[in-house]
Design a protein around this ligand. Structure first.
Ligand code: COA
Length: 386
């Protein structure tokens, strides 16, 4: 009960919203994980806030008891600001998000927080310097920041707890699957030319056309020939379910962390349809708005880590799926052509992982060959399009 909190001994710490980086100056409070009267320890999740760039879980810097929450869910909080009402010099002011009431006091005079009110929490009851806030825009912010400040920011930028929990669960289940790995290189020179030709046409229709729609479509055509790769298997490996829909997931680096939305029924879609849907998913991902509909029902996954960098990866299967491919960076490299001449080629590596309980190496290799051939000779995809 809040009344009891006021009676407990120890000074009050003003826990202001930290500078979470990337120039973010205000956030919306999305969820409180604590209520007034709750006991919290250092690193416990306090609340989730959302900016236009990131979803961030704010963790406690102190051990103590929550005395008061200053913001309602959906209210806007300004980084490091405190007090109410406007101020010409400091701009509009808001109260700090919360106060934590703790027990021991032994403060270090290193920040603009009234340290006589800060609860000692680190060794010897002192606040850890890396957890002290300097307030952007305040005169005090000219002071040198604590050394560990950046590290602290990085620690704060976490996934949404819901998604993080789901990832822990999925990856733990994936550990039980004996993964078979298979890698190859793909010469995308023709596809690079084709995409360059189609890109401006797609742009005129308002669509960004990357390579991903081709990778996804080629995978779907391959899955028609190797349906075991678009299946799921029960725990005892007694029943295999073949999925009619090719709901191809793509690992997406979003502001909520790594998410895997899927493009549904790829077997019925053109490359352009896939690009359209991919654009939609990326827009949702960038806004932190991917929902259950986009994130559930996947049957096979591709992870284009090459759009960030790197040549090879070791992808982890997303159960109940049985196969996944990771795509490396497309690089311009010398290769021999059919008559032995060295040519400039656009090479991409692909790394497949498959559930070795039901998929053997030969199947994975044959599927990969087919997928590679479609991408190396993209005109042939036209013949097999539905
Ligand atoms: N090699 C070289 N360039 C690549 C590339 C690759 N493998 N993949 C994409 N690109 C290029 C694109 O063609 C585009 O260039 P353009 O502006 O000339 O068209 C640019 O990189 C940006 O592409 P992007 O916006 O990322 O679109 P995409 O459709 O290629 O990829 C996602 C979409 C969602 C897959 C991608 O944005 C992403 O999130 N990748 C990370 C996946 C990840 O984190 N995997 C790890 C899982 S553990």
């Amino acid at each position: 009960m809040p009344h009891n909190i006021y009676m407990s001994r120890g000074p009050i710490v003003q826990f202001k919203l930290s500078d979470i980086g990337e120039g973010i100056m205000e956030v919306t409070v999305k969820e409180w994980y604590v209520k007034e009267g709750d006991k919290v320890s250092q690193f416990d999740s306090i609340c989730e806030v959302q900016s236009d760039k990131a979803s961030v879980t704010i963790t406690s810097r102190y051990d103590g008891v929550i005395k008061k929450l200053y913001y309602d869910v959906d209210a806007i909080a300004l980084v490091g600001k405190r007090g109410r009402g406007g101020d010409a010099r400091h701009g509009p002011r808001r109260t700090h998000p919360q106060e934590i009431k703790g027990h021991k006091t032994q403060a270090t005079p290193a920040s603009d927080i009234k340290l006589s009110e800060v609860v000692g929490t680190g060794k010897d009851g002192r606040p850890e310097p890396s957890y002290l806030d300097l307030i952007p825009g305040d005169p005090d912010s000219a002071r040198p920041r604590p050394k560990h400040r950046r590290q602290n920011q990085v620690m704060c930028v976490l996934w949404s707890p819901g998604f993080h929990k789901a990832m822990v669960k999925t990856m733990t289940a994936a550990l039980k699957i004996p993964h078979f790995g298979y890698c190859d290189e793909v010469d995308l020179s023709r596809l690079v030319t084709l995409r360059a030709e189609l890109k401006s046409m797609a742009e005129s229709r308002g669509i960004k056309l990357s390579y991903m729609p081709f990778f996804i479509k080629a995978a779907s055509i391959g899955l028609l020939h190797f349906p075991i790769l678009n299946a799921s298997v029960d725990e005892g490996c007694q029943n295999i379910t073949y999925k009619a829909s090719h709901n191809i997931g793509l690992a997406m680096d979003t502001i909520q962390g790594l998410l895997v939305p899927n493009v549904k029924n790829v077997q019925l879609l053109s490359v352009f349809d896939i690009a359209l849907e991919l654009n939609r998913l990326q827009t949702l991902g960038a806004a932190g708005q991917l929902g259950t509909n986009e994130l559930s029902g996947g049957t096979f996954t591709l992870s284009n880590i090459g759009s960030i960098g790197g040549t090879y990866a070791k992808p982890v299967i997303l159960p109940p799926e049985v196969a996944i491919g990771a795509l490396g960076k497309i690089q311009v490299l010398p290769r021999f052509d059919a008559v032995g001449q060295v040519v400039r080629a656009h090479i991409m590596n692909v790394s497949w992982s498959a559930d070795h309980r039901i998929i053997d190496g030969a199947t994975m290799c044959r599927f990969s060959n087919l997928w590679r051939e479609y991408l190396e000779n993209p005109a042939t995809m036209v013949l097999d399009l539905k």
